[in-house]
Structures are given as structure tokens and as C-alpha cells.
Design a protein. Structure first.
Lengths: 247, 350
């Protein structure tokens, strides 16, 4: 479904991605894990069209996404849930959700989707008339996910859904993501810093560090966590790659 | 959409109805007063059209514009070109195209023409600068104001430059201005609650999230910019037919300052704020002006020093910034008056 092939991204003199390749198949849950500054968010932003790689290609179902732009990519069915709860603070919960439906062509289906998505989020239903900026952190994260679901994506990119949330809320967020996936037939690409929760849910895992993919395998093969730990912290042979970059 | 998520039609349009009633009441009361009051009320209504027009763009997009008085200038001159006596135009405005130079048009076509020319210029300008956000966009609009000012005060054969256009029919009184004020309020409110208004306010709150919700930010901004320029251009045409004489200096920094002050005092976040600001600032400025002229108390004539108006306006703005940073209306619309007090207290729960 999604193919990212050897993308390089720089911010000024900082090389954020130094050749990242990954692929996501229809219906999968793929997780990209890595420490701060590894390039996780940049990878998702590149897919969503927020930043433009200066080398490499990204294609969705075989069609290259270069030059399509963020709104265009969203219309193709790729929705990004950005890191850090980007709600429209002055708009009510209902308005936040309505904005997401304006790009859709299938107007008749919207009302039903609206009810179905909202049924996943009883808490949002209660706060439907409050401004988005007044919700708690967990509620905002739910709102952003609900909003993304209403654009009717086929591929949902979720950037660090657990960031700054209490563990109990994080579990709720994951429960909702999984329920939404089942209901909407979604494909998920999720960024996370920690691996233990994601090992339960993901089909495949990529570990990214220093702008490189360090490790890629199915979640089943990585259950003991040792290989992930090595790739994540850079013990052993990966250190050599870092030195090569520095030079 | 389920009925539970969208309030009924009456409730959705309540703020607009309330504002129209207030504005109508002011004009109706004013029409009982003397000629001087009539002039004040007329000017207030024209400024209301300007401020509502500016609000439509600034309030919804979050981009401060210093350039809208330039659109007012464009609208004012375009309307004057249409309604001034042809013999005068043939003598003074030799650079005008024939259809304007040799004909005289009615008031309404002239107003429409003024609005449309301003909207057209906004379309050209906006296509270039709507991708700029924040202060970069604001500076670009300021540059536009300076360009308009410079062109209109020097283009002798078209604008009569410093010798000014005279003989514009003064047909705008309180009720004509009122009619356009109501029109501007309706247009601004309908835009605000339309999908374009909602998308624009979403982009104001968070550009990243708006883009990932597939909002074409540049496009919705441009639509607002053009509609807003149209309203302000119409206000310019009204102003021309209120003053009777046009010079480009009328449409520069002091008018920009007063209109933006109105928007800031009332609050840039809501249409109610825009209207409140126009009313409050007009009242304050008028009271101070009268006190500058002097108030007779017994045998002595007490009066404030010259310049009190400007100082007073400055103080009001400073106080509002300190005590109500989001303006007198706090970015909210007129609330629905029939919500039980107990429930109303529950709504803003954090």
C-alpha cells in the first residue's frame, strides 16, 4: 500500500533522515520505534507531505506522492494524527469534527460516519459543545484521532499517541485505535518511543535511530525485546554506522 | 449531521439578529436627534461596515491586515469616478476611460463597482500574499496600503491627486448607511458559520492540523480576503458619497489606526466584538471631542486640551489590553438569552 524508498530529509544543516525505507501493506499495523530525534516524526511528516525529502521516493499504491502536497495527500486517504494534540482550540468539539468532513465527496455517508465514530468516543460526545482547547490532554488526543477518522482515511499515520498521557489513558487510546481499525478496515502506521505496549499489537516493527532504519522484523520474532534494545540503544555493530555519519 | 450536534436555526442566527437589533435601535434613536448627531451616526454606520469587513478577514484567518483601508480608498475612488458630473471629469480626470469620463451613473451601480474593483485587486494581491502567515503577511498588507496611498495621491489625471475630487453627490444619510451595515453584518455572519469560515478558523487555530484535515488554507484565506475587500470597498464608496470630497490622505494611517483600534477594543475574535468596538470607540471619541470643545458649567467653560481624543483612545486601548486582552466581547458572540442560569454555569466546565 505504502512504499517509502530511501528518503533523505535535511533541516538546514541537520540531516534528519539519511535514507529511510519502509513499506506498509494493506490492513497491517506497522510501528516505527526509536528514541527522541531519531527521525520518527520526520518520516511520518514526509509521508503526509508536511516536509519534502530531497532524495528518495514515497508512493501510495504505486503512485508517487511527490508534489501532491499535504491537502492532496489527505484527500488520497492518508491522514496524519500529528504529535502533540493539534486541536482547533477555539472551535467546539463538534466543529473540530465537522472541519474534517469538508473535503469528502461522499456527502451522504458523512452523517452515519459521524455517529459511528462518535460512538467510539463517549467522552467526546459528552463534551461536544466545549471548545477543543478546554479538553484534557487525553480528550484532546481522542479528538484528534476522531477528527482523523472522519476524513475517512485508508492509512492512518499516528505520531506518538502516548506522548504526555497517563498510562491508563494511553491504554484507552490504543483500545480506540484498535477498535477503529476493526470497524473502518484501517491500515495503521504508528510512531512510538517505547516498545513494550506496541509489541502486543503490531504486525511488524521498524526501529529507527540517527536517521537510519536499524532493525526491521515481524513483531513475533522480536517478542523477547533483546534485538530491539540493541538496535534502539545502538550497542554493537550499529555504532560503526554512527561514526561513518559523523565523518 | 445529527440534530443534537447542531443547534436550531433560530439559535444559530441569534447573535446576528441581536446585533442587527442593536444597530437598528442606535440609528432609530439617532434619527430623533439634531443634524450633528445624524452625521455622527452616519459615519459610525460606515465605520461599522469597514470594521465588519476587516473583521471578516482578520477575525477568521488570524492574520492582521494593515492594508484594508487601501481597499476602502480603491472603492471610494471607483464610486466617485462613476457619480461625479461628466463635465468636471472631462476637465480634471482626463486619464479616465471613456465610459467613466462621459457618463454619470447612479449611486447603487457606483457602490457595486467600488466593491467589485476592491475585490478584484484583493484577488490579485491575495493570490500572491495569502501563503504568508503571521507577521510576514501583515507587513505585506501594510506595503499594499503604502502603494495605494502613493499611487492615488500622485496619479493626477485619474485621481486629481492633491487637488481632490469634488462634487460627489452626498446621498448617504443614517438610514442608507444603516442598510449597508445590516448587509455587511449578514454577509460576515453567514461567512463565519459557513464551511469556509469554519475551515478558515481551523487554520487560524492550527495550520498543521488543518492541512492534515485536507483544508486548502491558501484557498479559504483568499476567499475571505476577497469578500472582506469587497465589503470594505463598498464602505469606501459609501464614505465618498457621505463626504462629497475625496483626497487620498483620508484613507491612510489615522483611519487604519481608528478602525483597528475598534476591532481590538471590541475583540477580534467575534462579530459581536467588532460591533461593540465600533460603538464604544465612537462614543468615547465623540464625548472627548465635545469636552475638547468645552462644556459650560455655570459661568465658566471647562474644556480638555486639544489631542484628548487620541490620548483617550490610547488609554482605552491600554486598559482593554491589560484587563480584557481578548477584547470587550472576549471573542464570544451574543449568548442565547433563554438558557437556564444553572445550565449556563455548567457549560464552561474545564
Amino acid at each position: 500500500m505504502l512504499d517509502v524508498n530511501d528518503i533523505h530529509v535535511t533541516y538546514g544543516r541537520l540531516r534528519a533522515l539519511k535514507g529511510v525505507s519502509l513499506s506498509v501493506k494493506e490492513g497491517e499495523i506497522v510501528c516505527l520505534i526509536g528514541p527522541n530525534g531519531a527521525g520518527k516524526s520526520t518520516t511520518l511528516a514526509s509521508i503526509a507531505g508536511g516536509v519534502t525529502p530531497h532524495r528518495g521516493t514515497i508512493s501510495l499504491e504505486g503512485k508517487p506522492l511527490a508534489g501532491v502536497g499535504p491537502e492532496g495527500i489527505a484527500r488520497l486517504g492518508v491522514s496524519l494524527v500529528p504529535e502533540g494534540r493539534h486541536v482547533f482550540g477555539a472551535l467546539t468539539v463538534a466543529e473540530n469534527l465537522r472541519v474534517a468532513t469538508y473535503m469528502r465527496k461522499d456527502r451522504s455517508a458523512i452523517a452515519a460516519d459521524y455517529d459511528r465514530v462518535l460512538a467510539l468516543f463517549p467522552r467526546l460526545q459528552e463534551r461536544i459543545g466545549s471548545p477543543g482547547g478546554r479538553l484534557s490532554g487525553g480528550e484532546q488526543q481522542m479528538l484528534v484521532i476522531a477528527r482523523a477518522l472522519l476524513t475517512k482515511p485508508r492509512l492512518l499515520l499516528v505520531d506518538e499517541p502516548s506522548l504526555g498521557l497517563a498510562p491508563k489513558i494511553v491504554d484507552q487510546v490504543y483500545d480506540i485505535l484498535l477498535a477503529a481499525r476493526k470497524m473502518e478496515g484501517l491500515t495503521l502506521l504508528i510512531n512510538e518511543q517505547s516498545s513494550h505496549r506496541i509489541l502486543k499489537h503490531a504486525d511488524r516493527i521498524y526501529v529507527i535511530r540517527g536517521g537510519h532504519i536499524q532493525l526491521h522484523d515481524t513483531a513475533a520474532n522480536l517478542q523477547d525485546g533483546e534485538a530491539i534494545k540493541r538496535a534502539y540503544f545502538g550497542f554493537g555493530e550499529e555504532a560503526a554506522i554512527d561514526e561513518e555519519d559523523a565523518a | 449531521m445529527k440534530s443534537g450536534t447542531r443547534p436550531s436555526l433560530v439559535r444559530r442566527f441569534w447573535p446576528l439578529v441581536a446585533l442587527c437589533l442593536v444597530v437598528t435601535a442606535i440609528v432609530a434613536l439617532g434619527s430623533l436627534g439634531n443634524d450633528e448627531l445624524q452625521v455622527t451616526i452616519t459615519e459610525m454606520m460606515i465605520r461599522l461596515v469597514v470594521v465588519v469587513g476587516i473583521y471578516l478577514f482578520i477575525g477568521n484567518s488570524g492574520i492582521l491586515s494593515f492594508g484594508h483601508i487601501g481597499f476602502m480608498c480603491i472603492g471610494a475612488y471607483a464610486a466617485a469616478w462613476a457619480t461625479v458630473d461628466p463635465t468636471w471629469k472631462q476637465m480634471m480626470l482626463t486619464g479616465l476611460p471613456d465610459f467613466l469620463q462621459n457618463n454619470q451613473y447612479g449611486f447603487l451601480p457606483a457602490v457595486a463597482g467600488g466593491g467589485l474593483l476592491a475585490a478584484f485587486v484583493a484577488l490579485l494581491l491575495g493570490s500572491a500574499i495569502m501563503r504568508l502567515s503571521g507577521i510576514a503577511g501583515s507587513i505585506a498588507t501594510f506595503a499594499f496600503l503604502a502603494i495605494v496611498q502613493s499611487v492615488y495621491s500622485n496619479w493626477e489625471s485619474v485621481t486629481a491627486a492633491t487637488s481632490s475630487i469634488i462634487g460627489v453627490p452626498t446621498v448617504v444619510g443614517p438610514w442608507v448607511a444603516w442598510l449597508f451595515a445590516i448587509g455587511a453584518l449578514v454577509l460576515a455572519y453567514v461567512f463565519q458559520i459557513s464551511r469556509f469560515g469554519l475551515m478558515l478558523r481551523a487554520s487560524r487555530d492550527d495550520e498543521v492540523a488543518a492541512k492534515s484535515s485536507a483544508v486548502g488554507i491558501v484557498k479559504v484565506r483568499l476567499i475571505a480576503f476577497v469578500v472582506s475587500a469587497f465589503i470594505v470597498g463598498v464602505a469606501g464608496a459609501l464614505y465618498a458619497h457621505f463626504l462629497g470630497i475625496l483626497t487620498a490622505d483620508t484613507f491612510y494611517l489615522s483611519l487604519t489606526f481608528v478602525t483597528l483600534a475598534m476591532l481590538v477594543v471590541g475583540g477580534v475574535g467575534s462579530l459581536t466584538g467588532a460591533v461593540t468596538g465600533v460603538i464604544v470607540v465612537t462614543v468615547v471619541v465623540e464625548v472627548l471631542r465635545h469636552m475638547e470643545a468645552g462644556v459650560a458649567v455655570g459661568a465658566t467653560n471647562l474644556h480638555l486640551p486639544q489631542g484628548s481624543q487620541e490620548i483617550g483612545l490610547g488609554i482605552i486601548m491600554a486598559l482593554v489590553m491589560i484587563f480584557r486582552p481578548s477584547g470587550l466581547a472576549r471573542g464570544r458572540e451574543v449568548p442565547w438569552p433563554f438558557t437556564p442560569a444553572a445550565r449556563r454555569a455548567k457549560v464552561p466546565a474545564v
